[in-house]
Design a protein around this ligand. Structure first.
Ligand code: PAF
Length: 286
């Protein structure tokens, strides 16, 4: 496995791979890899000849009061895991390589960021689209793999790729969960044991929404209210949002139709957790 720090070296390597006829799959990450990332890598491997993984904690997607400096990092562990998952190249650029002096360009999707997480994390998705567009230009992949756990991120990136005619395919992968149902996330590491128990309320509340929907409940306000009281009955929780929305536009809905995205963000202690599921689909929790 090759480790590349320089943007120009990555571009030359990808160019050569493409010229030799290899299909390149790309998994962008911020490191502190877990089974969710490994699943993205496995999917990438299945669809291509060469797998490139990037590890870059992107400062521009963190707000001033967010956890950029504290974001968990484990370079050695990440390189071991990438190697075991079959990565051919790890792109590991320093911040100055991605944002050299004078950098002043942003890639913005206009409407999709104005919902869900975008409301409490202003500017977050602008940082994501900018860095992902840059990474696509650096890695030049044929396919890129993202998790459905970050549903809004996936929607925003798909929009950007479509709107800017980027010549690659986005593949999505279902949420990987711990045995008890907690969605895997690098931020789970922040939870103490009491908070870890409370964190299960996200999955439990989605299961309740699924049950209500199956039983014919279509009033989004009633479903949300029940989810809210279930979550509030767990200690250390503070709801950021619960949304029943259109899976394409992410617009809030009041009376649900055939397919509804349930998305939520809950602070458990100081840790902000997100999760989502789609109601009205066969395979609905992931
Ligand atoms: O999902 C993430 O880890 C990040 O948002 C991404 C896509 C790697 C961009 O920094």
């Amino acid at each position: 496995m090759e480790i590349i720090e320089k943007v120009s070296q990555m571009q030359r390597t990808s160019e050569a791979l493409r010229a030799s006829g290899y299909l390149i799959a790309f998994v962008p990450t911020m490191g502190f890899l877990h089974e969710g990332h490994i699943e993205l890598m496995r999917t990438g491997k299945k669809h291509a000849d060469k797998l490139v993984v990037s590890i870059f904690v992107n400062p521009t997607q963190f707000g001033p009061n967010e956890d950029f400096n504290q974001y968990p990092r484990d370079t050695e562990g990440d390189l071991d895991k990438s190697l075991s998952a079959g990565a051919d190249i790890v792109l590991f650029p320093p911040v100055e390589e991605m944002y050299p002096e004078g950098f002043q360009t942003e890639v913005l999707v206009k409407e999709l960021p104005d919902h869900l997480c975008g409301l409490s994390r202003p500017g977050h998705f602008d940082g994501v689209t900018t860095v992902v567009a840059k990474l696509f230009n650096i890695v030049k992949p044929h396919i890129a793999v993202f998790g459905r756990k970050d549903y809004q991120q996936l929607a925003v990136i798909r929009r950007m790729v479509k709107d800017l005619n980027m010549d690659l395919e986005i593949i999505d992968v279902g949420t990987v969960r711990e045995a008890d149902g907690l969605a895997m996330s690098s931020r789970n590491k922040y939870l103490n044991s009491e908070e870890r128990k409370s964190a299960l309320c996200l999955k439990k509340s989605m299961e309740m929404a699924e049950k209500m929907f199956k039983q014919g409940q279509r009033d989004a306000r009633i479903i949300k209210k029940e989810m809210e009281s279930l979550i509030r009955s767990h200690p250390f929780t503070d709801i950021d949002y619960i949304s029943l929305c259109d899976p394409e536009t992410l617009e809030e809905i009041h009376t649900s139709g055939t397919e509804v995205l349930v998305a939520l963000a809950v602070r458990v202690g100081k840790t902000r957790l997100i999760d989502n599921c789609t109601l009205g689909q066969h395979d609905n929790s992931d």
